[in-house]
Write a protein that binds this ligand. Structure first.
Ligand code: LLP
Length: 425
C-alpha cells in the first residue's frame, strides 16, 4: 500500500460525483457527508489482521455500524449507549470473536447491570472492574487493557499511556489483577494495549514488545492479543499513511513468538476508529458573512465548534475547500480566518493548539458559496453539541451512486426533549 498522502485542493466542486451545491440544496447546511467507498477501502487495507474491531466512538451512526458489520468488522463499545447502538445495527452479543466488546476504565452502574444481564465480553481497564464483574458474573472470560507505561497521541489530550493517563491497568499491576481474577474464577483470554489516538509508527511499534512481556506473564489462558487503535491519517499535505505491511509484520512476529511459547493459536486484533472513517467524511457548510477586521479577512459559516469540535479542542487542522455556487476552475486566493456563528471567540476553525488564530490560503468566495471541511468523518458528528441552541447537523451517506440521509437535522423538539418547566408553587 502506498504511504504517500493525497494532495488536498482548496477548490472542490464535488464529493464522490455529487456536486457540493446539489447536496447542500437537497439537505441544507451544515451537513456531514460520508463516502462509503472510502470506508470500504480502509477496511480492505486492514485485511491482514484476523479481527478488525471498530472503535465506534469515532462515528457511531447506526448506518455506518451496519455497513461495517456487513464488511465483517466487529465493534468496541465504551458505554451502554454504544452497546445499544451496536445492537440496533444488527451486531449480536455473543459470537466467535465477541462481536461487541465493552472497553472502559470504569463500570457505571447501568453498564454493570447490562453486563450482568447479557454476559457481554469486557475489556477491563482498571483492577476494580475485575472485582465488580466477578461479583455479578463469576467465571467470565475477560481481556485486560494494559497501560504499558508510555503513550503518544496527536495531542497530549489523546495520549492514553504513561503515568499521566487514567487509561488501562498499570503494567506492574498485572499480577494483582490475575490474583483478583482467580478469586472469581475469571480467565484472562486477551491482552489489549492502546497508547493513544493519531500516533505514529515509531510509537505504535514499541507496543508489540511491551504486550509480549505481559502476555508471557498472563500465560496459556490467552487466545487473543489486540494492537488497539491509534492509526493516523493524513490531514494535510506532506503527511503520510503508516506503512501497514510493516505494522502488521511487527505484530504478526509478536503473535508468532507467543504462539510458539504457548503452543496454541492466537487471534490478532486491531481496533481503529479514525483510520476507518476519517477520510470518508466532509462537513458541508455555507459562508454566511465575510468581514474584514483590521488586517484579517474572516469567512463566517453556518457551523461552529458545536458541529466540529476538533480545532477548538486540540488545535486540529482540517483541510478546507471552497465550492462556489457557480463552479469556477480558478479563483484568486487570499489568506482568511474561518470561523463559525457561536457566541464565543474561540469559535474558529483555523486555530492552533492553545487557541492561537491562524490563516488559511483559500480561493476568494462570496456569501452563499459553500465551504467544505474535509477528513471530518472521525470525531466530528459524535462530538457535536447543542451549544448556543443549535440543532445538530444532517448526516448523509453516499453509497453506490445514491445519497441517503442517515440522520435528520435536529429540530426544536429535539433541542428541548426531556426538559420540563416545574409548576410555580
Ligand atoms: N481503542 C481505544 C481503547 C480508544 O480509546 C480509542 C480512542 C480507539 C481505540 C480509537 O483510536 P483511533 O484509532 O481513532 O485513533 N476525539 C479525539 C480522539 C479521541 C480518541 C479516544 N480513544 C480526536 O478527535 O482526535
Amino acid at each position: 500500500m502506498s504511504t504517500v498522502a493525497p494532495a488536498f485542493n482548496n477548490l472542490r466542486q464535488s464529493i464522490a460525483d455529487f456536486s457540493v451545491a446539489e447536496i447542500a440544496k437537497k439537505f441544507g447546511t451544515p451537513t456531514y457527508v460520508y463516502d462509503m467507498a472510502t470506508i470500504e477501502k480502509r477496511v480492505a487495507d486492514l485485511a491482514a489482521f484476523d479481527v478488525i474491531r471498530y472503535a465506534q466512538k469515532a462515528n457511531s451512526n447506526i448506518a455506518i455500524l451496519d455497513r461495517l458489520r456487513r464488511l465483517g468488522v466487529v465493534v468496541d463499545a465504551v458505554s451502554v449507549g454504544e452497546v445499544k447502538r451496536a445492537l440496533a445495527a444488527g451486531f449480536s452479543i455473543h459470537g466467535d470473536t465477541h462481536p461487541i466488546v465493552y472497553t472502559a476504565d470504569v463500570f457505571d452502574r447501568a453498564a454493570l447491570e447490562m453486563i450482568r444481564e447479557n454476559g457481554l465480553h469486557v475489556n477491563c481497564g482498571s483492577p476494580d472492574m475485575i472485582d465488580q464483574l466477578g461479583e455479578v458474573c463469576p467465571g467470565a472470560n475477560i481481556t485486560l487493557r494494559i497501560n504499558p507505561g508510555f503513550g503518544h497521541g496527536h495531542s497530549q489530550k489523546t495520549n492514553t499511556g504513561g503515568p499521566q493517563s487514567k487509561h488501562g491497568i498499570w503494567i506492574d499491576q498485572v499480577d494483582d489483577c490475575l490474583r483478583r481474577a482467580d478469586l472469581y474464577n475469571i480467565a484472562v483470554t486477551g491482552i489489549h494495549m492502546h497508547i493513544g489516538s493519531g500516533t505514529d509508527l515509531e510509537h505504535l511499534s514499541q507496543v508489540c514488545g511491551a504486550l509480549e512481556k505481559v502476555a508471557m506473564n498472563v500465560g496459556r489462558t490467552l487466545k487473543m492479543i489486540s494492537a488497539g487503535g491509534g492509526l493516523p491519517v493524513p490531514y494535510r499535505d506532506g503527511q503520510e499513511y503508516v506503512d501497514l505491511d510493516q505494522y502488521f509484520q511487527l505484530w504478526d512476529a509478536s503473535r508468532k513468538r507467543l504462539e510458539a511459547h504457548f503452543g496454541h493459536k492466537l487471534s490478532l486484533e486491531i481496533e481503529p476508529g479514525r483510520y476507518l472513517v476519517a477520510e470518508s467524511g466532509y462537513l458541508i457548510t455555507e459562508i454566511r458573512a465575510i468581514k474584514k477586521m483590521g488586517e484579517n479577512t474572516f469567512y463566517l459559516l453556518d457551523t461552529g465548534f458545536n458541529d466540529l469540535a476538533r480545532p477548538i479542542l486540540y488545535g486540529s487542522y482540517h483541510p478546507i475547500a471552497i465550492a462556489h455556487q457557480t463552479p469556477k476552475r480558478h479563483a484568486p486566493e487570499l489568506d482568511v480566518v474561518v470561523g463559525g456563528p457561536l457566541c464565543e471567540s474561540g469559535d474558529i476553525f483555523t486555530q492552533e493548539e492553545g487557541g492561537f488564530v491562524s490563516k488559511r490560503r483559500l480561493p476568494a468566495a462570496s456569501v452563499g458559496d459553500y465551504l467544505v471541511m474535509e477528513v471530518a468523518g472521525a470525531y466530528g458528528f459524535v462530538m457535536a453539541s447543542n451549544y448556543n441552541g443549535r440543532y445538530r447537523a444532517e448526516e448523509v451517506l453516499i453509497e453506490n451512486g445514491k445519497l441517503h440521509s442517515i440522520r435528520h437535522r435536529e429540530s426544536f423538539e429535539d433541542l428541548i426533549r426531556g426538559e420540563t418547566i416545574p409548576a410555580v408553587s
